[in-house]
Design a protein around this ligand. Structure first.
Ligand SMILES: C[S@@+](CC[C@H](N)C(=O)[O-])C[C@H]1O[C@@H](n2cnc3c(N)ncnc32)[C@H](O)[C@@H]1O
Length: 576
C-alpha cells in the first residue's frame, strides 16, 4: 500500500507565497477599475484587498465617472492583519473624500458564506491569492468545498485558492454586474478549472481574457491574465446546471450550451494595456458562441472554428481514444540508477537482467525505434538498458545484483518515495512494452514512435496500445498523427510551459482527433527520414498534409492554407 509522503512541502514555501501576497501594479488596478465601474455601480467588493491599492484605483474611477459623492460603497476583505491596517488607512482617507469603504479582517471564504445568500455587489474586483489547496488549513478546506458545493461545480483537491474566490464572487455578482480580476493564465486550459469555466459561461454574457506575454509579477513563474466578465442581466445567480461530458467535446457549436461573447486579447505587458482596442472590448452578443469550457477556442475566428468543426465530422477523422489506449510509461523512481549504459552493465555483470529501454527523448530520432537505433545509442554510451530485477529478497539475489542493490542503498534510493512504496524497492512494477510511444513534452510538435525494437519506456513517454479493431494500423496511425489539424487540436488542448514547451496529459491526448489514412511504405520511410534529418517542421507538414489532408480527406488548397495559417499562429503564440 502506498504511504503518504512525509515531506512537508508547506514548510518549504515562503510566507509571501503561502498567503499569495503578490500585489497588483497600480496601472492594472486602474485599468480594471475603469472598466468595472459604470454609472450604475453602487456597491463594490474587493475580496482580498491586501494593502488596499484597489481602493484608491476605485475611488479615482468613481470620481472620473462623475458619480455623486456618497452614493458608492466598497466592502473589502483581507486575512492578513498588517495589510488590513494599511488598507484601513486608505479607506479612512477616501471616506473624507466621500467614498464609503469598509475593510473586514477575515477569511474571505467564511466571510462570504456568512453573507446573506441573496446579497449581491455591482462590481467585484481584485487579485485573489494563488495558493494550492493542500496548503489551506483544515477549516479553509472545508469552507472552500462548501463554495464548490453551492455553485454545483465539481470539487477537486488539485484546485487553487483563486478558483473558489471566483466561484464565490460570481455567486454574489448582481445581474448586469461586472467582475474584473487578475488571475493565472491557466484559467483558460487547466483541467481542474473546467467546472469553473462552464459556470462562468453559464452566468456571464461577456468574457474578455487579456493575456500578457511577459511575466507580470516578479518572483513568480506564473503567467497572468486579466479576467473581465459581465453577469447576464436577465436573472439572478444559478448553480451550474450540467457538466460537459468528461470526454471533452472540442466543438461545442452544435451543443445547447449557453452562448457567451468571449475573446482572448494578447498583449506584451502592462504598458500595452492602453492598446487593447475598443472593438476588442465592446460587447457583441450577436457574436456569442458556446465554448463548453474550451476557452482556447477563443483564439480562433468563426471561420477557423467552422473548419475544425467540419473536419471533425468526416468519418475517417477518428478520436484518438477510439484508435488506441494510453498509459503512463514505467515509473522507476530513479531513472539514472535503473537505466544504465553498456559500461555499467559490464562493470557490475548485470547483462542477465538488462532489457532495452527508452529513458530519454534524445534517444529517439525518427518515428520508429529500431534495433539499429538501439545499437547506435548503446555504442554512443547512452543509458539504453533497463535493469529488470527479479522479485526476490536481496539475500537470494546473485552476488552481482546484491552489489548493485547496495550501490542504490548507499545513495539512499530505497528511501525515495516511489521506491519505498514497493517491495522490494529495486523491483519496478508494471513493466511491459507498448507498440507505440508518445513523448510527454515537445518543443515543435508531438509525435508517435513506432516501437519496432520492442524497447520499454520510462515515464518521459506514454505507452500507446492500439485497440483490437486497429491492431494492424500502427504505421498508418503514427504517420497520420503528423498533420496540421491534429497538431492544432494539440495546441488548443494541451498546456504550455516557460520556454515554449507543449505538454499533453492522457485525457488531452484521448480527446485529440486523427484523420486516419492508409499510408504507402515509401511515404512512411520518407517521413521517418525527414524527422531524423531534423528537417524544418513546415516542410514536414507540407509533405504530410498533402498525403493526409489533401489526398486522404480531399481537403481543398484554400482550406488547407487557412488551417495551416491558424495552426502556425497558435503555435507561435506558445513558442514566443
Ligand atoms: C495577490 S494578493 C492581492 C492583494 C490586492 N488585492 C492587490 O491586488 O494588490 C492576495 C491577497 O490575498 C490575501 N489572502 C490570502 N488568503 C486570503 C483569504 N482566505 N481571505 C482573504 N484574503 C486572503 C493575502 O494576504 C494577500 O494580501
Amino acid at each position: 500500500m502506498a504511504r503518504r509522503s512525509k515531506i512537508n512541502f508547506k514548510a518549504l514555501e515562503s510566507v509571501q507565497k503561502l498567503r499569495g501576497g503578490y500585489y497588483t501594479p497600480l496601472s492594472v488596478a486602474e485599468f480594471l477599475s475603469d472598466w468595472a465601474v459604470t454609472l450604475k455601480t453602487r456597491t463594490i467588493l474587493e475580496p482580498s484587498c491586501g494593502d488596499g491599492r484597489f481602493l484608491e484605483a476605485l475611488f479615482e474611477a468613481v470620481y472620473r465617472n462623475g458619480t455623486k459623492n456618497g452614493t458608492v460603497s466598497i466592502d473589502a476583505v483581507e486575512l492578513n492583519e498588517d495589510q488590513v491596517k494599511l488598507a484601513e488607512k486608505k479607506a479612512k482617507r477616501l471616506a473624507s473624500k466621500g467614498l464609503h469603504a469598509h475593510v473586514y479582517c477575515d477569511d474571505f471564504f467564511s466571510w462570504i458564506l456568512n453573507a446573506p445568500p441573496d446579497k449581491t455587489w455591482d462590481a467585484i474586483l481584485g487579485n485573489p491569492p494563488y495558493i494550492r489547496y493542500q496548503y489551506f488549513d483544515k477549516d479553509q478546506r472545508f469552507i472552500a468545498q462548501e463554495i464548490f458545493h453551492k455553485t454545483n461545480v465539481k470539487f477537486t483537491m488539485l484546485t487553487n485558492a483563486w478558483v473558489p474566490f471566483i466561484l464565490a464572487s460570481v455567486m454574489h455578482l448582481a445581474p448586469g454586474g461586472r467582475i474584473a480580476m487578475v488571475i493565472p493564465s491557466e484559467i483558460s486550459y487547466i483541467i481542474h478549472a473546467q467546472g469553473l469555466r462552464e459556470l462562468l459561461e453559464q452566468e456571464l454574457e461577456y468574457i474578455r481574457i487579456i493575456h500578457f506575454r511577459e511575466i507580470v509579477f516578479d518572483g513568480t513563474l506564473q503567467g497572468t491574465v486579466l479576467f473581465l466578465g459581465i453577469k447576464r442581466s436577465d436573472r439572478p445567480f444559478r448553480p451550474l446546471r450540467h457538466h460537459a461530458a468528461s470526454d471533452r467535446v472540442l466543438f461545442p457549436d452544435e451543443t445547447e450550451a449557453d452562448t457567451v461573447d468571449f475573446k482572448i486579447c494578447d498583449i506584451k505587458g502592462i504598458d500595452d494595456l492602453s492598446t487593447v482596442g475598443s472593438s476588442e472590448m465592446a460587447l457583441q452578443p450577436q457574436n456569442g458562441k458556446p465554448f463548453s469550457g474550451h476557452w482556447m477556442l477563443g483564439l480562433l475566428d468563426n471561420e477557423e472554428r467552422s473548419l475544425l468543426s467540419e473536419l471533425s465530422r468526416i468519418p475517417n477523422v477518428k478520436p484518438f481514444s477510439q484508435i488506441a489506449d494510453i498509459t503512463i510509461g514505467i515509473v522507476t523512481g530513479a531513472n539514472n540508477y535503473f537505466c544504465v549504459s553498456d559500461t555499467t552493465l559490464e562493470e557490475y555483470g548485470l547483462s542477465e537482467i538488462a532489457v532495452p529501454m527508452l529513458a530519454r527523448s534524445e534517444l529517439i530520432k525518427g518515428i520508429t525505434y529500431t534495433a539499429a537505433d538501439h545499437e547506435k545509442n548503446a555504442a554512443l554510451g547512452k543509458s539504453v538498458h533497463f535493469l529488470e530485477f527479479p522479485n526476490l529478497d536481496a539475500n537470494r539475489l546473485p552476488k552481482t545484483m546484491q552489489e548493485y542493490v547496495k550501490v542504490g542503498e548507499k545513495q539512499q534510493l530505497h528511501k525515495r518515495y516511489k521506491c519505498r512504496i514497493r517491495e522490494p524497492w529495486y523491483c519496478v512494477p508494471y513493466v511491459w512494452v507498448s507498440q507505440i510511444s508518445l513523448l510527454k513534452r515537445c518543443h515543435h510538435f508531438p509525435r508517435l514512435i513506432l516501437n519496432e525494437f520492442g524497447a520499454y519506456s520510462t515515464d518521459t513517454a506514454y505507452r500507446i496500445s492500439l485497440k483490437d479493431a486497429y491492431s494492424e494500423c500502427g504505421k498508418d496511425f503514427v504517420f497520420s498523427f503528423i498533420n496540421s489539424y491534429t497538431f492544432l487540436l494539440a495546441e488548443l488542448g494541451g498546456r504550455h510551459y516557460a520556454g515554449g514547451v507543449l505538454e499533453l496529459v492522457p485525457s488531452e491526448i484521448r480527446a485529440l482527433k486523427v484523420p486516419l489514412v492508409k499510408v504507402a511504405r515509401d511515404d512512411f520511410r520518407l517521413l521517418d527520414q525527414m524527422i531524423r534529418q531534423k528537417r524544418n517542421p513546415d516542410d514536414i507538414l507540407d509533405f504530410t498534409d498533402q498525403v493526409i489532408l489533401s489526398r486522404g480527406l480531399g481537403m481543398c488548397d484554400k482550406k488547407l492554407r487557412a488551417l495551416k495559417a491558424c495552426y502556425n499562429r497558435v503555435k507561435r503564440r506558445r513558442q514566443r
